[in-house]
Structures are given as C-alpha cells and as structure tokens.
Design a protein. Sequence first.
Length: 332
Amino acid sequence: MTSAKLAETANALVADGKGILAADESSPTIKKRFDGIKIASTEENRRDYRDMLFSTPKANRYISGAILYDETIRQKAADGKTLVAKLKSAGIIPGIKVDMGAKPLAGHPDETVTEGLDGLRDRLKEYAKLGARFTKWRGVYRISDAAPSPACVIANAHALARYAALAQEAGLVPIVEPEVLMDGDHTIDVCEEVTEEVLRSVYAELANQNVWLEGTLLKPNMVISGKDCPEQAGVAEVAERTVRCLKRTVPAVVPGIVFLSGGQNDELATEHLDAMNKLGNLPWKLSFSYGRALQAAPLKAWSGKAKNLAAGQAAFLERAKANSEAATGRYA
Ligand code: 13P
C-alpha cells in the first residue's frame, strides 16, 4: 500500500511535460531574493509572493508539485485559505523541504554536511498531516583543489539516505538532492568527475539504507563548466555529458530526475533540459525542479506590488510553459 502510494506520487510529479516549482527558500535565502527587488522580507510579503505563484491560473498544466518551506506549509493566504489548500485545489501536489541546512563539516574547512536527521521522524509525521506528499533534502558539494573530500562525499550520502528511508516510512516521496555547486573556475571535466563520484556514493548508500528507488526522485546538478571557468561548454556538450553521467550512476527504476537550476540563467536551464530530452533513449523522465530559473522573472515582474499580480503570474506561466516543453524535448 505504502509502496503503491509512493510510486503513484513519484510518477505524478514527473507526469509528461510537468515539473516541480522549488519555492522552499529558507528565510535568509528569500530575504536575499527580496533584497534584489528592494522589498522587506516580512511574513506577509513572503506569503503574498508565494500565494501569487501558487494561484497562477492554469499553472498545473506545467507544474506537478511545489516544494514549500516550513513557514509556508503552515501559512494562510490573505483570503483565509491555507496555501496548502490552494495548491491542492489548483491540482498541484504540496511538498516540503525537511533538511535543516548545510552546516560546516568539522575538520574540513569550506565543506558542509546537511543536518536535520534528529527528530526527523516526528517532523515528517507532522508534515504528512499538514498535507505534504513529498519531501526534499539537499546535500551540498563544493569543488576546489581539495574538495569535495571523501569525508564530505560519505557524510552527505549517508544523511541523504537516512532521510530518504525515513521519508518513505512516513509515506512521503523523498527527493534526493546532491548538489555539486557551479562556483569556481573548474572545467566541465572536473564537474563530470565529481558529479559521477557523488552520485555513485549516493546510490550505494540508498541501497545500504533499504530505500525503495521506485518511490524516489533524484534532483541533481547538470554537468556544466564552473561559473568562472574561461572555457564554457555549449548546450550540446552539457546535455551529452549530463546524460552520460546519469546513465552511469542512476538505476533505471528511478522514475524521474528533476534538475536544480543552481544559478544558471533561466534560458540556459531550459535549453539544457530540452537538449537532453532531444537525445532520447532515456530510462527515466528528465524534468525540472527549478527555484531561481522559474522564479527570477515573476519575482521581478511582481516586485512586491499587488497591482503587479497578473504580470507576475504571466511571467511565471511563461517560464513554466517553456520548461514543460523542454521536459519533453519540444522547446523551440
Ligand atoms: P535552484 O533551481 O535555484 O538551484 O533551486 C532549486 C533548489 O531547490 C535548491 O535547493
């Protein structure tokens, strides 16, 4: 019963031409985004912004689920309805970020391990009661001469797998998110090598912890050149290398892979996804779980003003539609 429910949710999240809106920015992160449009990060502004996105008419043509932050899953919109109820009535599956953030890894300067396992079983139960059907946990890996260290790779894989097992026990689909950051001047070769090592360790640990892969989704980075690398790989190369790396490491029973955008510009994030799907012959669905690449345009169009609600929603729908097309390799 639980397995059937997990598989049903996982498959619904990657239904044809659909992907996920990551709207789970922590309070410090959403403040950074709001600073960019010069509005205060008040509880009311955060609520109204997320309500604007979630209430976008026809968004569920392109968006299967939305990942919320702890504050958001408890919030009521100005009209008195909970944001979760609004998502459900819009045909969008509510999800929740359950990690407590990437914290410094002792003994390993500039590396992090994601925390939040203590008490997670009880928090998951509460989130399920609040209406969540899936969850997310993000491990973060920085590339430098010394990083990621084996300690960082092992610690994050272990935490991701422990989390995933607990989420499934609570009947919630775990999105497993190991993010190799694009920060740095490393080449795409290095990104591919590190991403492959990270994914191998994650799937080994998921197996150790008895995670049922059919009831999971993977949320990885794409294989791309470091942000400051003088030589930037083109779209075709990114697509080929990312798919090759995933085929080497991700079992075919995983129903879907939903990429993070990680700081890529909106248009490029869409083109990369489209190019991968155009390659065809893939064992899993390849779709999106973008934060910034879906939200940058609507955030700017809305700019914190009620009168810009429709403009914000139009900008969101446009990005969602483009990525929906990319998720089936039909983006022009
Ligand atoms: P970005 O697409 O902005 O990387 O956000 C996705 C996400 O959920 C990061 O944890």
